[in-house]
Design a protein. Structure first.
Length: 195
C-alpha cells in the first residue's frame, strides 16, 4: 500500500537521465525518501498529527525528530514533482515570470542567485525560491530538513544540496549538478504552486 506521503513520480525512474540517473532516483526516491516516509508514519501513529496533511504536520510538529522527518518528506515531494524529462518551456511564464522580473530583475539573475546560494550552502540542506508573507519572491537556505512553510513562506522551487541528491552522478561537483537541474524543471508545476 502506497503511503499518502509518498509521491507518485510523474516520469519513469530513468527519464531524467543524464541530469539525474536511474540509480540516483532508485536511491534518493526509493530509499532515502521512503525511509523518511516510514519514519514519519511510525512517529505520528496514534498522535494528533496522524490525520493531518504533510503541510499541516510541517507547521504543527514539535521541533526534533518528527519535524525533521516531516520536513524532509515535504521537501522531497516538492522536489521530485518539480521535474520533467521534457519540460514544455525552459523558463517560467505567467504570474511567476512577472514576479521574478519584479523581484530579481530577470530570470537569469534569479538563476545566478539560486546557483550561488546552492553552491554556498555549507553541509546538507535545501535552497528554496519561495513566496513570502508580503507576496514577494525570495531565496532562502534551509539547513538539513527545514522547510520554508515552517517560517510562513510558500516553497515554489527547491534544490536539494544533500550529497545523496547528486553524488552518484556528479561526485563532489555540486555546481555542475545545480547548473544541470535547470534543464529539467517543469515550470508549469512551479507556476501552479504560485496560484
Amino acid at each position: 500500500v502506497m503511503s499518502k506521503f509518498m509521491p507518485v513520480l510523474p516520469y519513469a525512474t530513468d527519464a531524467l537521465e543524464p541530469v539525474i540517473s536511474k540509480e540516483t532516483i532508485d536511491f534518493h526516491y526509493g530509499k532515502h525518501l521512503q525511509t523518511y516516509v516510514n519514519n514519519l508514519e511510525k512517529l505520528i501513529r496514534g498522535t494528533a498529527l496522524e490525520g493531518e496533511s504533510i503541510e499541516e504536520i510541517v507547521v504543527d510538529a514539535p521541533e526534533g525528530v518528527v519535524y525533521n522527518n516531516a520536513g524532509q518528506v515535504m521537501n522531497h515531494q516538492l522536489y521530485f514533482l518539480q521535474f520533467s524529462p521534457t519540460p514544455r518551456t525552459n523558463k517560467p511564464e505567467g504570474k511567476l515570470a512577472t514576479l521574478i522580473v519584479r523581484d530579481f530583475g530577470s530570470f537569469e539573475k534569479l538563476q545566478e542567485k539560486m546557483n550561488e546560494r546552492s553552491i554556498g550552502l555549507f553541509g546538507a540542506g535545501w535552497v528554496w525560491l519561495c513566496l513570502n508573507e508580503n507576496g514577494a519572491l525570495e531565496i532562502i537556505s534551509c539547513p538539513n530538513g527545514d522547510n520554508p512553510l515552517r517560517h510562513g513562506k510558500l516553497p515554489l522551487l527547491g534544490f536539494d544540496v544533500w550529497e545523496h541528491a547528486y553524488y552518484l552522478d556528479y561526485q563532489n561537483r555540486r555546481a555542475d549538478h545545480i547548473a544541470d537541474l535547470w534543464k529539467i524543471i517543469n515550470w508549469d508545476e512551479i507556476d501552479r504552486r504560485v496560484e
